[in-house]
Ligand binder design. Structure first.
Ligand code: NAP
Length: 291
């Protein structure tokens, strides 16, 4: 038996997976198969590269239980809303994107585990509580949307959005402000005066940092209130932003915790199993030796 495969595959094996395109880089099969194996479950998790025009057909596979449950990744988190029956959580409806589908009693339920996954990560790794705080979010794509929603939902006092494409940040700020009329949410065109805002947390939810050559777009040294820094990027393990934050003595963490948290939450939604899931996934990643 291939030691990488979670279990002996037979006629009772249940199939789970991730729908995406591209999807070959996904760490989800590694995480979920390790837990299926650990728990002795006759299940396997696969990465499915889906063509955009066939997402609806792929969803029929979940409805007919060929696939028991899926995660969604780029570019399907929003489009998937067209193929499910219900989004049980208010916050997930607000974000307008899902990353997990559960087939329960022949109904397809959609969830966004990135939101609680992010909140768990900043709580556990940075001991950060958003309520009453000013937070700077870098980025305005899908991840930034989930992060900003999570922060507004947790009563952050002021949320500043900065993005390479400023209009996109304005659009996200307006959408969030409609949903959370009590919150102070603003798109900012420049980070030159960010020190004056004294953000207590900086979240990089942009793809800037994925390449070693990507610069830090503002002067972190000028932030003498020592903000915490959370970078959603986990490969490389340390972006320039994280390196700089750590060298200044700021609390800082990469996106591995969020990755594991959202995966563990999806696993529990499908299987009802919780104990030891997150820990096993963390152990697998530590041994996976990716850089
Ligand atoms: P996305 O929807 O494609 O958005 C990409 C964002 O990054 C946009 O705001 C884009 O700005 C910005 N961007 C891209 N290249 C940039 C550059 N060179 N300089 C400055 N900004 C740049 O992607 P996403 O799903 O939001 O993902 C964003 C990042 O979060 C990725 O690195 C992804 O790996 C990471 N992520 C991590 C987790 C986790 O669990 N840790 C979960 C989800 C995502 P424009 O609007 O100007 O193009």
């Amino acid at each position: 038996m291939n030691p990488k495969i979670s279990t002996l595959i037979d006629s009772s094996t249940q199939v789970y997976g991730v729908f995406g395109n591209p999807v070959s880089h996904s760490l989800s099969p590694l995480l979920h198969n390790a837990v299926f194996k650990e728990l002795g479950m006759n299940c396997i998790y696969l990465a499915f590269e889906i063509q955009e025009q066939t997402l609806g057909i792929a969803f029929e596979g979940i409805r007919s239980k060929i696939v028991r449950g899926v995660n969604l990744t780029i570019p399907f988190k929003e489009e998937a809303l067209n193929f499910i029956d219900e989004i049980p959580e208010d916050i997930d409806r607000g974000v307008g994107a899902i990353n997990t589908v559960v087939n329960k009693d022949d109904k397809l339920f959609g969830y966004n585990t990135d939101v609680p996954g992010f909140l768990q990560a900043i709580t556990n790794e940075l001991e950060f509580k958003p309520a009453g705080k000013t937070v700077l979010v870098l980025g305005a794509g899908g991840a930034a949307r989930a992060v900003a929603f999570a922060l507004a939902y947790s009563n952050a006092e002021r949320i500043l959005l900065s993005n390479r494409n400023f209009d996109r940040a304005v659009g996200l700020a307006e959408y969030l402000a409609d949903y959370f009329p009590e919150s102070d949410i603003e798109a900012i065109a420049s980070l030159d005066n960010i020190a004056k805002e004294k953000p207590a947390l900086i979240v990089n939810a942009s793809a800037c940092g994925l390449k070693g050559s990507d610069p830090v777009s503002f002067d972190l040294k000028a932030l003498n209130n020592a903000p915490s820094v959370y970078d959603l990027i986990y490969s490389p393990k340390e972006t320039k932003l994280l390196k700089e934050a750590k060298s200044l003595g700021f609390k800082a963490a990469n996106g591995l915790g969020m990755l594991v948290n959202q995966a563990a939450l999806s696993f529990t939604l499908w299987t009802g199993k919780k104990e030891g899931v997150r820990e096993k996934m963390l152990e697998v990643l530590k041994n996976a030796n990716h850089n």
